[in-house]
Design a protein around this ligand. Structure first.
Ligand SMILES: CC(C)(COP(=O)(O)OP(=O)(O)OC[C@H]1O[C@@H](n2cnc3c(N)ncnc32)[C@H](O)[C@@H]1OP(=O)(O)O)[C@@H](O)C(=O)NCCC(=O)NCCS
Length: 137
């Protein structure tokens, strides 16, 4: 028996798509979805590095299905690789339509963050899971 696909990684943000987030077609604007992905994975990056971080790259953004007003939008992310100052974080977006129970994957991309010091200069990532700072640009 085939098992339904499940989200990968940890839940980093969950919200509801509102009418103000639509594009001229009435679907949810892709830029809003990307923003949620950046916020959620930025929280994970900042928590991982225990410092402020900045988004340096976004790769492979795929929009697989439209998101509708009222959908619950959840971003899942995981740290795939830690370099010297950078962290590579894949992000998946899953939606649960209003009054439905199933979740569907609608978008994915890979975000890269750089750990920064107080002056905005790259610093080495020293992973410490016991900390939970969250400050990013
Ligand atoms: C983030 C920033 C400080 C990095 O400065 P930089 O001079 O490029 O630093 P480096 O060249 O030393 O690169 C830092 C790390 O990022 C990685 N990196 C840089 N550009 C990258 C790219 N396009 N894709 C993937 N990784 C990249 C480097 O490989 C390096 O990783 P490592 O230390 O783990 O080996 C600078 O690019 C910056 O301020 N960018 C703007 C960030 C921002 O405002 N983001 C929000 C925009 S919406």
């Amino acid at each position: 028996m085939e098992t339904a696909e499940q989200p990968k990684g940890e839940l980093v943000i969950r919200t509801v798509a509102m009418p103000a987030d639509t594009n001229p077609n009435g679907d949810i604007f892709g830029g809003w979805i990307m923003s949620q992905m950046d916020i959620g994975s930025g929280i994970l990056a900042s928590k991982t590095a225990c410092t402020r971080v900045a988004t340096v790259a976004v790769e492979g953004m795929k929009f697989l299905q439209p998101v509708k007003v009222g959908d619950t939008v959840a971003c899942y992310a995981w740290v795939e690789r830690i370099g010297t100052t950078s962290m590579r974080i894949p992000v998946e977006v899953w939606v649960q339509p209003y009054r439905k129970t199933e979740q569907t994957r609608v978008t994915s991309a890979v975000f890269t963050y750089v750990a920064l010091d107080d002056n905005g200069r790259p610093i080495p990532v020293i992973r410490d899971d016991s900390q939970s700072a969250s400050s990013f640009a």
